[in-house]
Design a protein around this ligand. Structure first.
Ligand code: AMP
Length: 114
């Protein structure tokens, strides 16, 4: 059995996380190293290692993560807009092998991203 990721440990209540929303399919926590005034992570309870591991049965779940992201962005007052990001693999600097949707806002974003 592979070792639990940091996000799985937070979801399972084994270590503390700054969780601001939870439902039966995902949780939203504040990023420990925020890159914007608001930086939260929408994390599915299902431990999918990366976007490359998604299957057809995950399509509804991924849609749900975006719906939750929009709801949280609204609750966080990100009227000016926000950015959502899934990093996938080493070239994108994915560091935690458990998919998570970054939601960043509260400042003007640049493009292209670094
Ligand atoms: P990524 O590089 O896309 O895999 O993103 C992983 C994110 O998880 C980074 O932005 C980290 O700052 C964040 N992170 C790592 N450990 C924790 C933690 N214990 N609680 C909240 N966020 C974390």
């Amino acid at each position: 059995m592979t070792e639990k990721t940091i996000f799985q440990k937070i979801l399972d209540g084994e270590i503390e996380g700054d969780i601001l929303y939870e439902d039966d399919r995902c949780a939203v926590l504040r990023d420990i190293n925020p890159q914007a005034p608001t930086h939260v992570l929408v994390v599915p309870r299902k431990p999918i290692p990366s976007l490359d591991h998604l299957t057809d049965e995950d399509e509804h779940l991924v849609g749900h993560l975006f719906t939750v992201a929009a709801k949280i962005a609204s609750e966080e007052g990100l009227e000016g807009g926000y950015r959502t990001v899934f990093n996938c693999g080493p070239d994108a600097n994915q560091t935690v092998p458990h998919i998570h949707l970054h939601v960043l806002g509260g400042r003007r974003m640049s493009w292209p991203p670094g």
